[in-house]
Design a protein around this ligand. Structure first.
Ligand code: SAM
Length: 175
């Protein structure tokens, strides 16, 4: 395991750097700004934790999670994550591990199919959490139902509320 942790973000780098400074972690965390792995070109890691924008445009905006300056995962929430999966093998050491989460406010099928294509069948689900809709999401229920019918997002009615699901996964690169 390497002794330093490299992390990068687009848009929120300033905030990430402020957090690193506040927590006095400058010796172990380096913040880099850029598109996906571009800022760490040529490097290999034991662990990659994916948290790039993975929420579909409509729920991401109406929920208020993504301000206008930050891109969502586009129409079905899968595009940026899939782009990352397509590149991740080049940045993992042999036996390196990729962690990622799938919010059902994105096209989970497309995301998992892509993960399997890249990482094989070594994908293990670590946990599943059911999260009630916020007021903002509930207010957008009609357009969200339409996107659910299109397969872009998925959620369920539970008594008088709607819930979406967040699942965590771990996959290990083979040799
Ligand atoms: C769910 S947030 C992650 C927040 C982060 N984990 C944190 O705690 O601050 C998604 C982040 O992915 C970033 N992002 C979106 N597209 C990206 C890309 N192509 N390359 C790098 N980061 C990207 C967005 O700017 C946003 O900050």
């Amino acid at each position: 395991m390497s002794e330093s942790l490299e992390t990068y973000q687009i848009g929120d780098c300033e905030l990430a750097q402020q957090n690193v400074n506040r927590l006095n972690l400058q010796d172990v965390i380096t913040v880099r700004n850029g598109d996906l792995f571009a800022p760490v070109k040529g490097m290999k890691f034991d662990i990659v934790v994916n948290d790039v924008s993975g929420i579909a445009e409509l729920p991401g905006r109406v929920a208020g999670w993504y301000p206008p300056s930050v891109n969502t995962g586009r129409e079905d929430g899968a595009s940026v994550v899939i782009r990352l999966f397509e590149r991740v093998a080049d940045f993992l050491n042999p036996d390196g591990i990729l962690y990622f989460a799938t919010p059902s406010l994105s096209n989970v099928t497309r995301i998992l199919d892509s993960a399997k294509e890249v990482m094989g069948d070594q994908i293990k689900e670590l946990g599943k959490f059911r999260i009630p809709f916020s007021r903002e999401l509930t207010d957008a229920i009609e357009p969200l139902k339409f996107f659910c019918e299109q397969g872009y997002v998925s959620f369920k009615a539970k008594r008088s509320r709607y819930v979406w699901t967040l699942s965590d996964f771990r996959c290990q690169r083979q040799g």
